[in-house]
Design a protein around this ligand. Structure first.
Ligand code: SAH
Ligand code: SF4
Length: 417
C-alpha cells in the first residue's frame, strides 16, 4: 500500500472550535412518545404482533420491510394490510430509523453524515457516520478477507454500482462523545454525552446503505466500528446492533471490525461471543509510559493487561487482531519506537498485524502529524521484522471525516442533496 497522495498536514486548521455547538441530552416530556420498531429483531417483532393478537409471520414481514426494504414510514410497508399498519400506529409505534440530517462530501469521495436519532432519547443530537467508497481505509480489513463469505464476492463478481464503486467501508459510531479522553482525539473533546441504542447504531448503517442504494449481494461492504465513542463502554447495545446487522440486515460478521481503546472487561466478554466481528486494539504507543501520557485509560488497563485479555479470544484460522498505531510526530514515530513495537508484538505472541495511522489534526489539539518519511520508515522497520504492517490512507480529511476527527463539525460544504 502507498502512503497518502495528500501531503501530511502539519498545521492545525484555523477553524475555531466555537463553530461546534453541543446539545446536551436532557430527557424530558418533549421527546417523542412514539415507540421505535427499528432496532427490534425478528423474535421481538413476532412477540409484539403476538401481543397485538396477530400471526407470527407478520413479524417476519415487518423485519423484512425494516431491514431489507429499508422503509422509513409505516405507510411504505405494503406487505402489511392497512388495518394492521393503523393498529401499530394506534399502539404508538413508528418505524423510527435514524435519518441523515446533514452530509459533507470530500474531494476523495468520502462522505460524512450527521445522523439524527428519532427515539425517545433521540432529541436533536447527531452522531457521525462515514461512507468510504473503494474503502482503502478498510483495505487492511478486506485484504485478508479472502476466506469464507468474501470468496463469493471476488472482484470480478462485484458489479459496478450506480455510484461507480465496487466496495465500500462504513465507519459507525457507538456513542455520542467519548469518556476515554485520548489526548490526540477530537471526539474526546465532546466528553461523554450518551450511549447510542442498538437501533441508533444499526440505523446508521441502514440509512447509509439506503442512501447509496447498496445491494448487499452485489457489492462488498465492510463495517468498522471506529466512529465516535468507545464500543466496549456500550457493550450490550453495540453487540445487539451487531446481531441486527448480521441476522436482519445480512452483513456477515467477518466483514465487521470493532476497535477498542483497550477496555479489558469488554474484551473478555467479546472473547465469549460465538459470532463476533474482528477486533482492533488501539495500541498507539510503544510502551506504557508513552501510552499513559496520550491515553489516560492506560492507567486502568495497561498494555500487558490488554494483551492478556486479547489472548483469551479464540481466534479463527487466519484471523488476526489489528493493532492500530496512531503516529504522532516526534512522540510515537521514531525508529526507536518501532524497535519497541517489534519487541512488544513478538512478546504478545498473538496473530497480529499493525495498522499505522498518521495523526489527523484537529482544532485545539497540539500534536504534529508525522512526516511521510517517518511513516514509511516505521512500516519498513516492522515489515523487516516480519510483522505485517499497513498504512491507513487518511480519508476525508478536508471534511473532518478522518480517524479521530469526528466531532459533529459543521464546517466544510454540505452536500447538495
Ligand atoms: N474508540 C475506539 C474506536 C474509535 S477511534 C478506539 O479508540 O479504538 C478509531 C481509531 O482512530 C483509534 O485507533 C484511534 O486511536 C484513532 N484516532 C483517534 N484520533 C485520531 C487522530 N486524530 N488521528 C488519527 N487517528 C486517530
Ligand atoms: Fe474515545 Fe477512541 Fe477517541 Fe480514545 S480514540 S477518545 S477511545 S473515540
Amino acid at each position: 500500500m502507498v502512503y497518502p497522495q495528500s501531503p501530511p498536514v502539519t498545521q492545525t486548521p484555523a477553524q475555531s472550535e466555537d463553530l461546534v455547538t453541543l446539545t446536551s441530552f436532557v430527557p424530558g416530556p418533549e421527546q417523542s412518545a412514539q415507540r421505535q420498531l427499528f432496532g427490534l429483531d425478528t423474535p421481538a417483532l413476532i412477540k409484539l404482533f403476538g401481543e397485538l393478537g396477530e400471526k407470527p409471520y407478520r413479524g417476519k414481514q415487518l423485519a423484512e420491510a425494516l431491514y431489507r426494504q429499508r422503509v422509513t414510514h409505516l405507510d411504505e410497508i405494503t406487505t402489511l394490510p392497512k388495518a394492521l399498519r393503523d393498529k401499530l400506529a394506534a399502539a404508538g409505534w413508528e418505524v423510527g430509523r435514524p435519518r441523515i440530517a446533514e452530509s459533507f462530501k470530500s474531494i476523495d469521495g468520502t462522505e460524512r453524515y450527521l445522523v439524527q436519532g428519532v427515539g425517545p432519547i433521540g432529541s436533536t443530537q447527531t452522531v457521525e457516520t462515514v461512507w468510504m467508497p473503494e474503502g482503502d481505509d478498510g483495505a487492511e480489513y478486506s485484504s485478508d478477507l479472502s476466506d469464507s463469505e468474501d470468496e463469493g464476492l471476488a472482484e470480478g463478481r462485484s458489479a459496478p454500482t450506480p455510484g461507480g464503486w465496487k466496495r465500500a467501508t462504513i465507519c459507525v459510531s457507538s456513542q455520542i462523545g467519548c469518556a476515554v479522553n485520548c489526548q490526540f482525539c477530537l471526539t474526546a473533546k465532546l466528553g461523554m454525552q450518551r450511549n447510542l441504542t442498538p437501533g441508533e447504531i444499526a440505523g446508521q448503517v441502514v440509512a447509509v446503505l439506503e442512501r447509496h442504494k447498496v445491494e448487499l449481494n452485489k457489492s462488498r461492504v465492510n463495517l468498522v466500528f471506529m466512529g465516535m465513542g468507545e464500543p466496549f463502554l456500550n457493550y450490550d447495545n453495540f453487540m445487539s446492533a451487531v446481531r441486527i446487522l448480521m441476522d436482519e440486515v445480512g452483513i456477515a460478521a467477518p466483514r465487521m471490525t470493532v476497535s477498542t481503546s483497550g477496555i479489558v472487561p469488554g474484551i473478555l466478554r467479546f472473547a465469549e461471543e460465538k459470532v463476533r466481528p474482528k477486533l482492533a486494539i488501539s495500541l498507539n504507543a510503544p510502551n506504557d509510559a508513552v501510552r499513559e501520557s496520550i491515553m489516560p485509560i492506560n492507567r486502568k488497563w495497561n498494555i500487558a493487561a490488554v494483551l492478556d485479555a486479547v489472548r483469551t479470544i479464540p481466534f479463527k484460522t487466519r484471523e488476526r487482531v489489528t493493532f492500530e498505531y496512531v503516529m504522532l510526530g516526534g512522540v510515537t514515530d521514531q525508529p526507536e519506537h518501532a524497535e519497541e513495537v517489534i519487541k512488544l508484538v513478538r512478546r504478545a505472541n498473538l496473530p497480529a498485524m499493525i495498522n499505522l495511522i498518521a495523526w489527523n489534526p484537529g482544532p485545539g489539539i497540539a500534536y504534529n502529524s508525522p512526516s511521510a518519511d517517518s511513516v514509511s520508515r516505521f512500516q519498513k522497520q516492522l515489515m523487516a521484522a516480519g510483522i505485517q504492517t499497513y498504512i491507513r490512507r487518511p480519508r476525508g480529511r478536508d471534511i473532518y471525516a478522518a480517524c479521530g476527527q469526528l466531532k459533529r463539525t459543521t464546517e466544510a460544504t454540505p452536500l447538495a442533496s
